[in-house]
Design a protein around this ligand. Structure first.
Ligand SMILES: NC(=O)C1=CN([C@@H]2O[C@H](COP(=O)(O)OP(=O)(O)OC[C@H]3O[C@@H](n4cnc5c(N)ncnc54)[C@H](OP(=O)(O)O)[C@@H]3O)[C@@H](O)[C@H]2O)C=CC1
Ligand SMILES: O=C(O)C1=N[C@H](C(=O)O)C[C@H](O)C1
Length: 273
């Protein structure tokens, strides 16, 4: 982890008791250059009033609260892995107060994505459906494969996640589809097939199919299949821990420390563009 001699970066975490919220609290507790100054959960959460690091048997000094403005008054960055409606409400106040935001939430509508872009004119925002280094390198591999396998290969994206996930396909799977479509000078919206059932007829040429698996505690698997005649290429990424998402989020915080406004993604953070 990077060590600096300057003041630590003051970070608030939204959804602090969630699966990712807890990973983020743990990562911040272990970091040399970030400090947890505030933690948010929804009104009614049993965690309100407790120390955000209590589940680790530690004290962070950040007491979980539900008052957004109070939390943001103590922080320069908000890391948000919640739900689209929560993230949008948080972003409006971050933009007003100049708090920079790392957004990991997935499942935004096109209208919400446009709103995020507008808010990013007022504060710096890093939005990515997957913060792991491995997934972002996989996206680059997909770009290369999609260009080279431009004709004669049927593209299918298969993702698997735990039974608690509420959006489908995953934000990462959609991003993979977008990267592939763009590398082939097309748009995903013109090619995506999200559902198949019953008498579907033969596969339509140039479509990009999506398949979703949900079960148990699967952290996150993604495979893209380029199925040709006589051969197929499979590019896969499998997460066995959420730690990589949290580490990537802290890298994003450090990146945003050098930005005033604008919307960025993990390609910017990891210098992969
Ligand atoms: N970009 C990335 O790398 C990754 C992205 N994700 C995404 O992050 C999001 C969260 O995932 P995960 O941690 O597994 O989910 P969880 O359900 O475990 O946690 C979500 C947290 O947000 C809170 N929350 C729910 N609704 C709202 C709201 N409207 N406003 C504020 N807070 C709210 C929940 O509170 P309560 O429990 O009280 O409902 C909970 O604390 C998902 O969209 C997921 O796809 C996940 C992993 C990696
Ligand atoms: O909900 C999850 O767990 C995950 N969500 C993200 C997504 O939708 O792509 C990232 C990761 O796959 C885990």
């Amino acid at each position: 982890m990077t060590s600096t001699s300057s003041s630590p970066l003051r970070v608030a975490v939204a959804g602090a008791s969630g699966r990712m919220g807890r990973m983020l609290v743990e990562a911040i507790q272990h970091s040399n250059d970030c400090v947890l100054t505030a933690a948010l959960d929804l009104p009614g959460s049993p965690a309100l009033g407790t120390d955000a690091a209590a589940f680790l048997g530690q004290s962070s000094g950040a007491i979980i609260e539900s008052d957004l403005r109070s939390a943001l008054s103590k922080a320069d960055f908000l890391i948000d892995f919640t739900r689209p409606e929560g993230t949008m409400a948080h972003l409006a106040v971050c933009a007003e107060l100049g708090v920079k935001m790392v957004i990991g939430t997935t499942g935004f509508s096109d209208a919400q994505k446009a709103e995020i872009a507008a808010f990013a004119q007022k504060t710096a925002v890093m939005l990515a459906p997957n913060m792991s280094v491995g997934v972002n390198v996989t996206l680059k591999l997909l770009e290369m494969a999609a260009k080279a396998l431009n004709t004669g290969y049927d593209i299918e994206i298969v993702e698997a996640h735990h039974k608690h996930k509420v959006d489908a396909p995953s934000g990462t799977a959609i991003k993979m589809g977008e990267v592939i479509a763009e590398a082939q000078d097309t748009k995903l919206e013109d090619r995506a097939v999200y559902e198949r059932f019953g008498h579907t007829g033969e596969r339509k040429e140039n479509t990009i199919g999506f398949a979703t698996v949900r079960g148990g505690d699967i952290v996150g698997d993604h495979t893209v299949l380029f199925a040709g005649t006589g051969e197929r290429v499979e590019i896969s990424h499998k997460s066995s821990s959420r730690a990589g998402y949290a580490d990537g989020s802290l890298r994003a915080v450090r990146f945003l420390a050098g930005q005033r406004t604008g919307q960025f993604d993990m390609f910017d953070v990891l210098n992969l563009r």
